[in-house]
Design a protein around this ligand. Structure first.
Ligand code: FES
Length: 147
């Protein structure tokens, strides 16, 4: 093998090694780092939900107390006081859907454990951003969620 051929092959191999390392040695996206995953933008949400519909039975179940709406973009929960709240469902850390905890009146992300208040504020990290809060108007058994 001639010197020029060796250098050409060696240079190509080194480039492959470097490319492979850069591709697999980059930052780990599973690390729980604070984030700011936004919910649906202002004015993007407008839907109704009938609390008497058997499909929404989990909303009135004291163990669950929540359902998702608007293609799972919004979580609607029934508080222990009997009122309803609606927040963006995607955790502001990395986007996992939060769940309502009726017993402690907060929302919990099952991924890394962030907690959010009934108003959507992050009360325990790693999430730092608030969940977007939506307006809930009740007429009879129908809730209209907007925002
Ligand atoms: S995705 Fe990490 S706490 Fe929710």
């Amino acid at each position: 093998m001639k010197r020029d051929e060796f250098l050409h092959l060696f240079g190509f191999g080194a480039a492959l090694l470097l490319t492979g390392c850069l591709g697999s040695c980059s930052s780990n996206t599973d690390d729980p780092q604070p984030g700011t995953t936004p919910g649906p933008g202002a004015g993007a949400i407008d839907f109704t939900l009938d609390v008497a519909d058997p499909a929404n039975a989990r909303l009135n179940d004291p163990v669950f107390g929540y359902v998702y709406g608007a293609n799972d973009q919004v979580i609607v929960a029934k508080t222990t006081a009997g009122s309803y709240v609606a927040l963006s469902a995607a955790c502001t850390h990395q986007g996992t859907s939060v769940q309502f905890q009726p017993g402690s009146s907060n929302f919990r992300c099952p991924n890394h454990g962030s907690l959010f208040s009934l108003g959507g504020a992050a009360t325990q990290g790693p999430a730092v951003g608030a969940l977007r809060s939506y307006t809930v108007a009740q007429t009879g058994s129908v809730l209209r969620i907007t925002g």
